[in-house]
Design a protein. Structure first.
Length: 191
């Protein structure tokens, strides 16, 4: 019996060291990974869902971040036929505060034969922006205006660490409680 009890404190120390090592490893990765790897983790949100734009039916998903906004445009023809080759998608944007003139950005077709286009826009500030989607092709032209809120690009490292603080505090409280419970249980086991 005594042999098991003598090893028990070492096992507890080993568990604590393993947990501390895992926590330290996670924190280290958070600090050393480049911001592009830590980037914004939210999914794009819908701006248009199967909305008519001229002869086209458009679904537009947006992830408008400062420095690199991404818009995904899925096209279909209202009559159900495939979108013909030569169809182009242009997204025109201007800030609502007027600090910049309207600029157009061409969408690139994901792969030949698909009806999905991606438009990358280098937004320079947060806030509301006015946008115009222009679809032009052999089937005709369509245009649709909308507003979009440009947001900061994900969380920075300090933000990530601040988000970890409640979990670290909870882990510390759990560890303190486990040690206190173990100390209170040891004198009862010796009786």
């Amino acid at each position: 019996m005594m042999g098991k009890r003598a090893r028990h404190p070492l096992a507890l120390q080993a568990v604590v060291l393993v947990r501390a090592g895992l926590l330290l490893g996670i924190l280290t990765l958070t600090l050393i990974l480049p911001p592009s790897v830590q980037a914004h983790g939210s999914a794009p949100y819908p701006i248009l869902l199967e909305s008519p734009v001229g002869p086209y039916v458009v679904t537009l998903l947006a992830d408008p971040d400062v420095g690199g906004g991404t818009f995904t445009v899925e096209l279909a023809l209202a009559n159900g036929r495939a979108v013909p080759g030569g169809t182009t998608v242009t997204l025109w944007v201007r800030p609502q505060d007027g600090h910049r003139e309207e600029a157009g950005y061409e969408g690139r077709r994901q792969t030949e034969g698909t009806d999905t286009f991606v438009v990358e826009i280098p937004f320079d500030t947060e806030g509301m922006w006015q946008a115009r989607l222009v679809v032009n092709g052999p089937a005709g032209q369509g245009e649709r205006a909308f507003s979009v809120r440009v947001t900061p690009p994900g969380t920075n490292r300090l933000g990530s660490l601040l988000c970890l603080l409640p979990f670290l505090a909870l882990g510390l409280l759990w560890l303190i409680g486990a040690r206190r419970h173990r100390r209170e249980a040891e004198p009862e086991a010796e009786r």
